[in-house]
Design a protein around this ligand. Structure first.
Ligand code: F6P
Length: 474
């Protein structure tokens, strides 16, 4: 493997420099930075296909960025990126390559990917008479397709409902009002061993009672066929669940929205891949997102990260990014298995604006911890954009009017990014999700963790199964 042997992050010269540099930021306020540099907005922004990142309201200067880029270089970022795209087995604990970008590589995609896309098209075209798709899956086998559908729902020709929870109410609601004979049950599970999905799939099969259709999407073909799926679309071990939105895991969305919309989604991500590969660090949106995130966590002490889409269509983005970031980089040991002495992924949370303003923004503005935020703005309406801008300004600049009582003052100096999409469509969504995927990869490199396994979820599964057995006396 050509991944580099590099110094642990905290032993990189840039880490010590950043630690010292952060001291100088204690007394620097964003309001002052904007007063001193009228062009700050232009200086601290980067354009990628489909979106503009404005990070002028981050607590950074030119030197901060140089040092962060130095840290990435010292951590061997370029060699890691080459290894990622070369399909090397960088997921070391599972001995797997990480090739989700190959799913959206268009004509350059591997033959099995192109064949599967062609099969998805053909199967979708054959769904005449299907009025409801019931998508069963959880985690990465659910969140991506759910987000894609929710974002573009108005374009759907077939109703898609999702059930992820083992609570029977979830499936009951997904089946409510459906005619079994006009329903496709789609069981999506890479392993085809996930208890929630299998329970729902069995119950949905019983509900179909031989009518309708059952398809599966999985890497475990034999189990899906034994279950009774008439069509089985593949997943591959080189695609992690939380990176599988580009795969047949999104068959429900492809079938409902149409293959051309799905192609646009893939094209948007492909453009972001190219940008990630080619743009220099200081203009590279995923790299910047990663560096700024690490700066906030490791040097300014942020423990959480808030995602605020100012678009109802993107209301599920925070949930999607929670899995992407927290399952990938919520790690406490490095790639060599040593316990880490520095923080990794922050807690990712959030909700759609403007709704969130009337719920938790109080803490964002006046709470005791500064929470870095990503505002996602998409020109949906002047009101939405104005509110996003107002919130970002209030967080950054605050008010220091001494005439106001303390409880009415806003300290400001709370960092945020603004990600501007030209519009909300499949292409822009593809670009946005790919940007966050690469952010996660870069942060894994910075923190020296394997971003592509998720062993932390296993113990709970095992215990739940033992507790159930005890309860049932089996
Ligand atoms: O339990 C976590 C997890 O393994 C996720 O990583 C994955 O996306 C989800 O469960 C679903 O897994 P599967 O697709 O194998 O059902």
């Amino acid at each position: 493997m050509s991944t580099p042997t590099t110094l642990p992050p905290t032993e990189c010269p840039a880490w010590a420099k950043l630690t010292a540099h952060a001291e100088g930021w204690r007394d620097t306020h964003l309001a002052g930075l904007f007063r001193d540099d009228a062009q700050r907005g232009a200086h601290f922004s980067a354009q990628a296909p489909g979106l503009l990142l404005d990070y002028s309201r981050q607590r950074v200067g030119a030197l901060t960025l140089r040092l962060l880029a130095q840290l990435a270089a010292e951590r061997g970022f370029e060699a890691w990126r080459r290894a990622l795209f070369a399909g090397e087995p960088i997921n070391i604990t599972e001995g797997r390559a990480v090739r989700h970008s190959a799913l959206r590589a268009g004509d350059a995609a591997p033959p099995e990917v192109r064949e599967t896309l062609a099969r998805m098209r053909a199967l979708a075209a054959g769904l005449r008479g299907v009025r409801r798709i019931v998508h069963l899956g959880t985690g990465g086998s659910d969140l991506g397709a759910r987000l894609l559908m929710d974002t573009l729902r108005e374009r759907a020709a077939i109703e898609v409902r999702f059930a992820a929870n083992i609570d029977p109410l979830d499936l009951a609601r997904a089946l409510e009002g459906a005619d079994p004979a006009a329903t496709l049950v789609l069981a999506v599970s890479k392993t085809f061993t996930t208890a929630e999905t299998l329970a729902n799939a069995r119950a949905a099969k019983a509900w179909l009672a031989g009518r309708g259709l059952i398809f599966a999407v999985t890497a475990n073909d034999a189990a899906a066929r034994a279950f009774g799926a008439t069509e089985v679309l593949p997943m591959w071990d080189w695609v992690g669940g939380r990176f599988s939105v580009w795969s047949a895991a999104s068959f429900s969305a492809l079938a409902a929205l149409g293959p051309d919309v799905f192609d646009e989604f893939l094209a948007g991500a492909r453009e972001m891949d190219r940008h990630f590969l080619e743009a220099p660090p200081e203009k590279n949106v995923p790299v910047l997102l990663a560096l700024l995130g690490a700066w906030n966590v490791n040097f300014l002490g942020a423990a959480t990260h808030c995602v605020l889409p100012y678009a109802h269509a993107l209301r599920l983005l925070p949930a999607y990014l929670q899995q992407l970031e927290m399952e990938s980089n919520g790690k406490r040991v490095d790639r060599e298995g040593c316990a880490l002495a520095y923080a990794t992924a922050p807690v990712v949370w959030g909700a759609e604006g403007t709704v969130s303003q009337h719920s938790f923004h109080q803490l964002l503005h006046q709470g005791t911890q500064a929470v870095p935020a990503d505002f996602i703005v998409a020109g949906v309406s002047a009101e939405l954009d104005a509110n996003a801008e107002a919130q970002a300004r209030a967080l950054a600049f605050g008010t220091d009017d001494p005439a106001l009582p303390a409880y009415r003052r806003y300290p400001g100096n709370r960092p945020s990014n603004t990600l501007r999409l030209a519009r909300i469509d499949a292409r822009a969504l593809g670009a946005l999700l790919a940007a966050y995927e690469h952010k996660v990869f870069v942060q894994g490199v910075l923190w020296n963790v394997n971003s592509f396994d998720q062993w932390g979820v296993e113990l709970g599964k095992q215990l739940a199964s033992e507790i159930l057995k005890q309860q049932r006396g089996t």
